[in-house]
Design a protein around this ligand. Structure first.
Ligand code: SF4
Length: 354
């Protein structure tokens, strides 16, 4: 099993190189290339000092590898603000990375697993099933990909959301290690306050974030206001019931003194009535919360339809009147199938059709 250099923290990289007789400065040079410059070819760097060059020539491609993920498919949206990439892993699995442009800032939405085990009914990734966890380097590599793309346009990546394929808290250790590397000020330097972890409600992961006082933002997908309603949309609710989830969120909120962002996908006639909104307001009372209402991304595998605008407006007003900040989110890049797992689903469908 080769050592994947992008999997390593700064200290681990330094330990690897100094164990082979190199100086700490060589590790700093290599780290700079891997994570600050996000170079794709360390062997091509003629400015590295001879000991580092020799070490790379001896190890890279044999017992050491880097994670530079080739593009399998890329799709710009007609609004020019969203670019969606299907990136290829070493074992030919494909994952999605999306760059979303807003006025003056860019956000990357990255994947944490190939496929997903959570099976949310409205989600194209959930409809595909679980393949495997991503290593830290495969998560980091998506960020570097986005940074390189933006750099070509004179732009900078400022925000990160872990909302692509996979459930981040189901791959907790690799995700947290990756985020440590991504937020390292000597590398990509994306501050923890600019990073959001989105979970479908993996209660042990939320409690661990609370225990560790994790510095990243937490977003929880709620979508249902009763146990039965939520279980019908999110099978994981059977394992971690709504009551346990709300209790874990309360613990997180109290321990970290941090706001939780609750996502609510509006589905016509399913969860978008005033009764639903009132129940959400009751559930979240006393939690530092912000509710994000998201129009449904319609997928071929789920018959649910997007709510009418008026239903969303009424829902929004009820939550706000209860004293909970609430936003109706812009939906980005629908025409590039930018809903979770949709580009991969479209590609699979096209492959079958050939
Ligand atoms: S919404 Fe997220 S957690 Fe649910 S199936 Fe899709 S990727 Fe997995």
């Amino acid at each position: 099993m080769p050592t994947h250099l992008h999997d390593l923290t700064f200290d681990e990289l330094r330990a690897l190189l100094t164990a082979d007789g190199l100086k700490p400065a060589h590790a700093a040079t290599l780290w700079n290339s891997l994570h600050f410059k996000a170079d794709t070819d360390q062997l091509g760097r003629t400015d590295f000092l001879p000991p580092l060059r020799k070490w790379l020539e001896a190890h890279l491609g044999s017992d050491c590898q880097t994670d530079v993920l080739p593009i399998a498919t890329q799709t710009p949206s007609s609004d020019g603000l969203t670019r969606k990439y299907l990136l290829k892993l070493h074992d030919s699995q494909e994952i999605e990375t999306v760059i979303m442009g807003y006025t003056g800032r860019h956000t990357a939405c990255i994947s944490t697993q190939a496929g997903c085990a959570m099976g949310c009914v409205f989600c194209a990734t959930g409809q595909m099933g679980f393949v495997r966890h991503l290593r830290p380097g495969e998560i980091v590599a998506q960020v570097h990909h986005a940074r390189r793309v933006l750099r070509e346009h004179g732009e900078r990546l400022r925000n990160l959301v872990l909302m692509g394929m996979g459930e981040p808290l189901h791959n907790y250790d690799n995700v947290m290690k990756a985020l440590g590397i991504i937020s390292d000020t000597r590398g990509a330097n994306i501050g923890p306050s600019k990073i959001s972890i989105s979970t479908v409600g993996v209660v042990p992961g939320i409690l661990r974030m609370a225990e560790e006082n994790s510095p990243y933002n937490l977003a929880v997908s709620l979508h249902g206001s009763t146990e039965a309603e939520r279980a019908a949309l999110i099978p994981a609710n059977q394992r971690w019931p709504l009551s346990d989830l709300i209790s874990a969120c309360r613990t997180y909120s109290e321990k970290t003194d941090r706001k939780i962002f609750f996502a609510w996908t509006l589905i016509a006639g399913v969860n978008d009535t005033p009764d639903h909104a009132h129940r959400v307001a009751t559930l979240l009372a006393g939690i530092q919360a912000h509710v994000n209402l998201i129009p449904l991304n319609e997928t071929a595998g789920y018959e649910g339809r997007e709510s009418a605008e008026t239903a969303g407006d009424v829902f929004h007003r009820i939550i706000q009147d209860a004293g909970i900040p609430c936003t109706i989110r812009q939906r980005r890049g629908i025409d590039v199938a930018a809903g979770c797992g949709q580009l991969k689903a479209v590609r699979n469908r096209d492959k079958k059709a050939v």
